[in-house]
Design a protein around this ligand. Structure first.
Ligand SMILES: Cc1cc2nc3c(=O)[nH]c(=O)nc-3n(C[C@H](O)[C@H](O)[C@H](O)COP(=O)(O)OP(=O)(O)OC[C@H]3O[C@@H](n4cnc5c(N)ncnc54)[C@H](O)[C@@H]3O)c2cc1C
Length: 320
């Protein structure tokens, strides 16, 4: 039996967060006794990039290499993946959480009769059935969910597992696009977020709040982000006032990020903001108010004036 992993990509690049699902699948495979980890990639990608998925734990990659699939269409993806799973008689499909994968996963479960759980934060416990822990209430609590269906879809949160890198290459199998697909939706316009690094896939995020006083002061945030190879984010009021674009707004009502490092500059740490960052690995707060709530959630904090600290921090990082 095999474990299938669905990988998401964008513009010919597979998302790093998606690759974590392969490494998670390897660990699940060890628990349930399946050592064939099959990655499913839809759309046009370089063969070398597909082979490199072996480095993260995939033994085989199934790629439907057709540019019609470069647009992420939920129903089409769900149909193709369900057919691959059923023809390969897999009982377990794993993917990393995103709004797209939540939709695709739910449809796969509907088509195949699988049990499904999203926001998974643990490896399965198979001591009595098959159960996993999931994060609920924007990360403030956890639920244990038992899945009784023979087929299962697990949608894992980012950063629940270290990305494995073992230097292996995967076998790549090209499948033709099925001829029974009905493309009922088409993207006719696209407005792209600015910046090289996508916020929801960034390993490091530098975020600014109202403490930065105005949009004219964002140069230092961008410079720090460039020095770190980070994406930039902001608090809700900052995007509401128009200091920064809305796609940068992080929090309960904005983008939920899970980077390895989140640096909050001049952000108070309201619960609605923390709800979007609390699955980050390391939180750093920079705030002039020692009683700012962010310091209670942060792993590291600097009490002081951001206008003095950020330029010094950027210079130091550049010199490293
Ligand atoms: C239903 C609802 C949903 C919401 N959703 C979100 C959400 O998704 N995301 C979100 O961010 N907010 C959200 N909010 C708003 C949230 O409650 C806070 O109001 C908001 O996060 C505060 O933004 P801020 O920290 O940038 O500003 P402020 O609360 O004004 O804090 C500014 C901080 O900057 C510090 N500061 C000032 N000057 C300096 C300086 N020179 N150097 C260093 N620090 C300095 C201050 O000490 C202060 O802590 C939501 C609110 C509601 C009611």
């Amino acid at each position: 039996m095999s474990v299938f992993v669905f990988l998401e990509g964008s513009e010919g690049k597979i998302k790093k967060s998606s690759k974590e699902a392969i490494s998670y699948a390897v660990e699940v495979g060890k628990i349930i006794g399946d050592d064939e980890i099959i990655a499913i990639v839809l759309g046009v990608y370089e063969d070398t990039d597909l082979e490199k998925l072996g480095n993260n734990g995939a033994t085989r990659v199934i790629n439907v290499n057709d540019e019609k699939l470069n647009e992420n269409q939920i129903s089409i993806y769900a149909q193709i993946i369900s057919e691959i799973i059923q023809s390969g008689s897999a009982n377990l499909v794993i993917m990393t959480k995103s709004s797209f994968s939540d939709n695709v996963g739910a449809r796969i479960a509907g088509k195949t009769g699988a049990s499904i759980v999203s926001n998974v934060v643990s490896l399965p416990d198979v001591s009595s059935g098959f159960s996993v822990r999931k994060s609920i209430f924007t990360g403030k609590a956890f639920a244990t969910v038992s899945l009784s269906g023979e087929k299962k879809v697990l949608i894992i949160k980012r950063n629940v597992i270290e990305l494995m890198e073992n230097g292996d290459k995967a076998d790549v199998e090209k499948n033709p696009i099925p001829d029974n697909l009905k493309f009922n939706e088409k993207i006719t316009g696209l407005e792209k977020a600015e910046g090289d690094i996508l916020l929801d896939d960034a390993e490091i995020v530098v975020s600014g709040g109202r403490g930065l006083k105005g949009p004219e002061n964002w140069g230092m945030i961008e410079e720090l982000a460039r020095a770190l190879g980070a994406a930039t984010g902001c608090s809700k009021p900052v995007s509401d006032i128009g200091w920064r674009p809305h796609h940068e707004h992080v929090g309960q009502t904005g983008v939920k990020v899970s980077p390895n490092l989140y640096i909050a500059v001049g952000i108070s740490g309201a619960i609605q903001h923390l709800a979007g960052v609390n699955s980050s690995k390391v939180l750093v707060a920079i705030n002039e108010d020692p009683d700012a709530p962010f310091f209670k959630a942060a792993d590291y904090g600097i009490v002081g004036d951001a206008f003095e600290i950020i330029p010094k921090l950027t210079e130091k990082i550049k010199s490293l």
